[in-house]
Ligand binder design. Structure first.
Ligand code: SAM
Length: 274
């Protein structure tokens, strides 16, 4: 960080919890304020293992990125709702496998930009922009996105831990369709999402999120499947994250019946554009 830069950055109110900072606090990170840590406590009253649930999502992100780069040969990633830098990040997981992987991070929280820039100062293949998923055309037209990614070659769109923040009225599937439309065949879509099967842990996570951040909607599994726009999913399909190992579809995984409650709260899937 540049010592002369204002802190907190413009547009940040440390007294109001933000998704990026609450998520960071739940992961045990340091890029958060008191209000964010208090929000994690509110979550914990609704779902005691909220920290474990958060870690499950982050671990699924990394497994998915590893699959995209190693298993699918992807070397361009558009990671939207990327969150604050933590251990481990998309570009690190990707570039460990292929150092030439180009990554664009997108988040609408200005704190992500300032921390991301500091982290990426020496990294020429990765960049970070402030933009909003609810303006997918704006993301596609963003000069930094266009300059950094080659739209004539496959791109993986990663929307992990954030589609649940888009209300149905904001038409999440239309947003995703707009993003995927200009991408060439072989491009991928990687999502994690929150199912609603009537389970109390799922309800608790959603209520905690709605109470502290004003968003965080659970949806029936059939509804989550629609986010993939009918594109074929790679094995094991849309699955609870504890059972979701796209690089090892035959791997021994816990039975759903043996899940801890928090393991029922998140699902992951990767689809490929035909
Ligand atoms: N993708 C990371 C992961 O799964 O580990 C971080 C997920 S975090 C729960 C959600 C992130 O999405 C936050 O950093 C938040 O600022 C960002 N976000 C929320 N709504 C957004 C929007 N409409 N456009 C862009 N980013 C958004």
């Amino acid at each position: 960080m540049n010592d002369a830069a204002p802190w907190p950055p413009p547009g940040i109110d440390p007294n109001v919890p933000s998704t990026a900072r609450v998520y960071d606090a739940a992961l045990g990170g340091k890029n958060n304020f008191k209000a964010d840590r208090e929000a994690v406590e509110v979550f914990a009253r609704k779902i005691p293992q909220v920290r474990e649930a958060t870690r499950l999502n982050r671990d699924a992100l990394i497994r998915g990125v590893q699959y995209l780069v190693r298993g699918a040969g992807i070397d361009q990633i558009l990671d939207i709702g990327c969150g604050l830098p933590t251990e481990q990040n998309t570009h690190q997981a990707a570039q460990e496998i292929n150092p030439n992987t180009r990554v664009v991070y997108v988040d609408n929280d200005p704190m992500v930009l300032s921390h991301g820039r500091a982290l990426l100062a020496d990294n020429r293949t990765t960049t970070v922009v402030t933009a909003d998923l609810r303006d997918p055309a704006g993301i596609l037209a963003n000069p930094e996105v266009r300059g950094h990614l080659d739209f004539d070659r496959p791109i993986a769109v990663v929307i992990v831990g954030m589609i649940m923040q888009i209300h149905e009225n904001e038409k999440p599937d239309e947003i995703i369709a707009t993003l995927m439309e200009p991408l060439v065949s072989g491009s991928h879509l990687f999502l994690t999402a929150w199912p609603d099967t009537g389970d109390p842990a799922q309800r608790g996570l959603s209520q905690g999120c709605l109470e502290t951040l004003g968003n965080g909607w659970i949806r029936p599994i059939e509804r989550l499947e629609q986010h993939f726009l009918g594109m074929p999913l790679v094995p094991p399909g849309l699955e609870y994250v504890s059972r979701w190992y796209p690089e090892e579809p035959g791997r021994e995984v816990p039975a759903f019946e043996d899940f801890e409650p928090y393991e029922r709260t998140q699902m992951a899937g990767i689809a490929v554009k035909p």
